[in-house]
Design a protein around this ligand. Structure first.
Ligand SMILES: [Mg+2]
Length: 221
C-alpha cells in the first residue's frame, strides 16, 4: 500500500507565516485606522481569508503573489509542521505503508522572486523537520517529487499507484488523469473549501491529520 501526500498547506502550514509577512509589510494598518469604534482589525487569520482580503484591493493579486513568493521561498524556514503529520507518518512506517510526497511546485517563483530555489527550500525545510532522519520520519530523497504543473502531478500520483492521496486542494482530485483507484482525502483544517467548487465529487473531507489516520487505519467504521 502506498499513500501520496501533497506538501504545501497539507504537510507544511503557512497561516502564521502569512500573517507575519502581512504584519511586517504593514498591509493592514489602514484597516486598523479606519475600524469603527476603535476596534483593532489585524490581518485576517488563515491563508484563504488573507488572500481574499488582499484580492479586493487594487494590485491585490500582485501583492498576494509576492507574499507567496516569500513564504514559499526565502521565508520557508518559518513554515510550521502541521499538527498530527508526524504521528500519521510514524503510524504508516509501523504499518509498513509506503509514503510519497508529490508537490506541484515550480523551481522558481514567477513574481518578485529573490532567486530562491523553491524546491530546495522545501527540501531544506523537510531536513530541518527530520523527514530524512532514519530515526525520525524515514523518508528517502527519492520519495519526494516535484511537478511543474497540476497535470504532471496527477500523472506522478498515477505512476506511483497511490492507494490514497491527501491534498488541501480539491482541484487536484478533479484534474483529468487523477487515478480513479486512489482514494482522495481533502485536508481542510478551516472547513472553508466550498463543496463541489472544482467539480471533484468523491473525496473524504478531514479537518485534522488524526482524522485522516482514523480513515486510513480503519477506526472510523
Ligand atoms: Mg497544497
Amino acid at each position: 500500500m502506498r499513500i501520496g501526500i501533497d506538501f504545501d498547506n497539507t504537510i507544511a502550514g503557512y497561516d502564521a507565516l502569512f500573517a507575519a509577512l502581512a504584519e511586517e509589510r504593514g498591509l493592514f494598518q489602514n484597516a486598523r485606522h479606519s475600524a469603527p469604534h476603535g476596534v483593532l482589525l489585524g490581518a485576517p487569520v488563515g491563508k484563504k481569508d488573507l488572500r481574499d482580503a488582499l484580492r479586493q484591493r487594487p494590485e491585490g493579486e500582485l501583492t498576494w503573489r509576492r507574499l507567496q513568493a516569500e513564504a514559499y521561498g526565502g521565508r520557508m524556514s518559518d513554515a510550521e509542521l502541521l499538527d498530527g503529520v508526524d504521528r500519521f507518518v510514524k503510524a504508516c512506517r509501523q504499518a509498513g505503508i509506503s509514503l510519497s510526497i508529490v508537490s506541484h511546485k515550480t523551481q522558481h517563483a514567477n513574481f518578485a522572486s529573490d532567486g530562491t530555489d523553491l524546491r530546495k527550500a522545501a527540501i531544506r525545510w523537510m531536513e530541518e523537520h527530520g523527514f530524512f532522519d532514519p530515526a525520525g520520519l524515514k523518508f528517502r530523497p527519492d520519495d519526494v517529487f516535484f511537478a511543474d504543473t497540476r497535470a504532471a502531478k496527477v500523472a506522478k500520483i498515477s505512476d506511483l499507484n497511490c492507494n490514497w492521496f491527501i491534498d488541501d486542494l480539491e482541484e487536484v482530485f478533479a484534474e483529468p488523469g487523477f487515478p480513479a483507484s486512489a482514494r482522495a482525502v481533502l485536508y481542510d483544517p478551516h472547513g472553508d473549501v466550498e463543496a463541489g467548487s472544482s467539480g471533484a465529487t468523491d473525496f473524504l473531507r478531514c479537518r485534522h491529520w488524526d482524522e485522516i489516520g482514523g480513515h486510513v487505519f480503519g477506526s472510523h467504521h
